[in-house]
Design a protein around this ligand. Structure first.
Ligand SMILES: N[C@@H](CCC(=O)N[C@@H](CS)C(=O)NCC(=O)O)C(=O)O
Length: 203
């Protein structure tokens, strides 16, 4: 299978998950501005939504949306440590986290990347984001990872919290979150994923 990615984006999450699960994959870089891919495609032909991540299976099927991709990947590996079994209450808890990260943190950060949004408006978005970070910090006070042990939700949250410095938000203001990020960044899969993404040539 192929993972279409762009460095320092949410596609880092499925990339980490592929490595954690030991699934063979090819990494294909996408230029998010021109929509050209490193394997010579117009990314829009593959994913008309135009955004990473996109997973292309060996049978040609294309799967998008990070939370769907990571759950699909985990379910390929029975007994994996990253996701509770589908249909269980714990799996629904995982989906609750993935949805929270997607709608409150990932989407909460999106306007902060937008150069056309004036700073006072961005400040309002930041205030809302801070409340969500307060909540995450509280949730992680009692346990090292969102579901107790490292899993899909942590790979996703790590990938989006890596953006905070772009917005001049210091994660150190939430010491619990700063320690969480350090813990995750120390994982071999995470280090390898970040290093490989950084080593790919621009398209
Ligand atoms: N709903 C999508 C959002 C994906 C997304 O926001 N991708 C960003 C990078 S983090 C992107 O590729 N943006 C480029 C664009 O929209 O043109 C998901 O959760 O996978």
């Amino acid at each position: 299978m192929k993972l279409y990615f762009a460095p320092m984006t949410c596609s880092l999450s499925p990339h980490i998950v592929l490595r954690e699960l030991g699934i063979a994959f090819e990494l294909v870089r996408v230029n998010n501005q021109t929509k050209q891919t490193a394997d010579g495609l117009n990314f829009l032909d593959l994913n008309p939504k135009g955004y990473v991540a996109a997973l292309v299976l060996d049978n040609g099927s294309v799967l998008t949306e990070g939370p769907a991709i990571v759950q699909y990947l985990a379910d390929l590996v029975p007994g994996n440590a990253l996701a509770p079994v589908n249909g269980t209450w714990e799996r629904v808890r995982l989906q609750e986290w993935l949805n929270f990260i997607s709608s409150e943190i990932h989407s909460g950060c999106a306007p902060l990347f937008n150069a056309d949004i004036p700073e006072p408006t961005k400040a309002l978005f930041k205030q809302k984001l801070f409340k969500r970070l307060d909540y995450l910090s509280l949730a992680l006070e009692e346990q090292d990872y969102l579901m107790g042990t490292f899993g899909l939700a942590d790979a996703y949250l790590f990938s989006v919290l890596k953006w905070l410095p772009f917005f001049d938000i210091q994660v150190e203001n939430w010491p619990v979150l700063a320690a969480y990020m350090e813990r995750i960044e120390a994982r071999p899969s995470v280090r390898a994923a970040m290093a490989e993404e950084a080593a790919t040539s621009p398209v």
